[in-house]
Design a protein around this ligand. Structure first.
Ligand code: NAP
Ligand code: MG
Length: 404
């Protein structure tokens, strides 16, 4: 069988620990035997980030802007313990944060559904994709403990030196205070990413905030979405037969429980943080979740939503074969290959990505699963395999499908 050829390369960002091992296994067992893989390789493993003073992460992000598609392995975000473990020069920033600040994107996360795992919310038939705004609000807020009675005010100093002051609260005793912000530019980027992604998916877009209470802050989000939709996307939505719909966050939460899914739900930073965990938990496992960062000018970075699975890695170092679920890593690869193929008009590669995903789902539907899914799968016969066993079963299924 001749291998599928690629036109342009994609950015490949390698990572750490168990996911670094799985990364190589996915490539060796399921990709390079079938595709003449063209990537530009960036080693974002912690050792190399330290060696390059984290230059490698910035280089990978900038190359993604040029090539348009990247696939990223999970990486360690160092803390004090990692500083010692890896004898680091510095506590380097989160690579995901660095890449996001270059690409200025929105993170889209969706569960990978299989028939034999029933979501805890029985109405859900199709994946619910969460679009989380990844900038501002409480994540870059400024907080204070109040001890003494005092008057708290918001003070804005304009560039000409004039000031605007607004009373927040008259404290008679101890309390707490929080200041936070967002920018029209970032909200606009968020809106454009969501509208574009809804068109990509061919699914309705919901957006929710709490603008009845936050009449200026959240209302600004609502207005910016409405303006950009009317000016830039309404006609395309009509053509695609999909709708854009704004509602209050409480209403969205109530409706989502009754919805069959198959929608894109745009959430402010905090709402997206919490709601994506809820959707993932209700669907079983973080390893059964896809994640993609999309920039407003249409650059894509595919990744797994979970981390480097450290506990399994330490077992792997002791020589054990682990049953780590490679689905999220595999779907990062198929997502990136499909997007590259769509951009380069390579129908054969699109079809390969589709067939590879279908083969991995079919293997789970047959009851061949990794340990994390053992108690979730509702089938009479369940066979728990290690990671290589799972990938080989997918490979066998893929070649079988190609022959029949
Ligand atoms: P984690 O790697 O997601 O793992 C937490 C636990 O979830 C695992 O111990 C395992 O549970 C289960 N799990 C996660 N992925 C799994 C998979 N594919 N198959 C089977 N089980 C899976 O989170 P963490 O342990 O908090 O973080 C480890 C490192 O990852 C940290 O250094 C952190 O900085 C980094 N991280 C990176 C990213 C990213 O790059 N996207 C995201 C999050 C965290 P059991 O042990 O019970 O089997
Ligand atoms: Mg969260």
């Amino acid at each position: 069988m001749s291998k599928i050829k690629m036109k342009n390369p994609l950015v490949e960002m390698d990572g750490d620990e168990m996911t670094r091992i799985i990364w190589q296994q996915v490539k060796d067992i399921l990709i390079t035997p079938f595709v003449e893989l063209k990537t530009e390789y960036f080693d974002l493993g912690l050792k190399n980030r330290d060696l390059t003073n984290d230059r490698i992460t910035l280089d990978a992000a900038h190359r993604t802007q040029e090539l348009g598609v990247a696939v990223k392995c999970a990486t360690i975000t160092p803390n004090a313990q990692r500083m010692e473990e890896y004898r680091l020069k510095k506590m380097w920033k989160s690579p995901n944060g660095t890449i996001r600040s270059v690409l200025d994107g929105t993170v889209f996360r969706a569960p990978i559904l299989v028939d034999c795992i029933q979501p805890l919310v029985s109405a859900w038939r199709q994946p619910i994709t969460i679009a989380r705004h990844a900038y501002g609000d409480i994540y870059s807020g400024s907080e204070m403990l109040i001890g003494e009675p005092c008057t708290a005010e918001l003070v804005i100093t304009n560039s000409d030196g004039s000031v605007r002051i607004q009373r927040i609260h008259q404290f008679d005793g101890p309390g707490v205070l929080l200041g936070m912000h967002n920018t029209d530019e970032s909200i606009g980027s968020f809106a454009r990413s969501c509208f574009k992604y809804a068109l990509d998916l061919g699914q309705d877009l919901w957006f929710s905030t709490k603008d009845t209470i936050s009449k200026t802050y959240d209302h600004r989000f609502k207005d910016i979405f409405a303006e950009i939709f009317a000016e830039e996307f309404q006609a395309d939505f009509q053509k695609a037969g999909i709708t854009y719909f704004y509602t209050l966050i409480d209403d969205a939460v109530a409706r989502i429980m009754r919805s069959p899914g198959g929608i894109l739900w745009a959430c402010k930073n905090y709402d997206g943080d919490v709601m994506s965990d809820m959707v993932a938990a209700a669907c079983g496992s973080l390893a059964m979740m896809t994640s993609v960062l999309v920039s407003p000018d249409g650059k894509y970075e595919f990744e797994a939503a979970h981390g480097t699975v450290t506990r399994h890695y330490y077992r792997h170092l002791k020589g054990e074969r682990t049953s780590t679920n490679p689905m999220a890593t595999l779907f990062a690869w198929t997502g990136a290959l499909r997007k590259r193929a769509e951009m380069d008009e390579l129908a054969e590669l699109v079809s390969f990505a589709d067939r590879l995903q279908a083969a991995s789902l079919a293997v789970i539907e047959e009851g061949v699963v990794t340990g994390d899914l053992k108690n979730l799968v509702r089938l009479p016969d369940v066979q728990v395999v290690d990671t290589i066993g799972f990938l080989e079963a997918v490979g066998a299924r893929l070649t079988q499908g190609a022959k029949s």
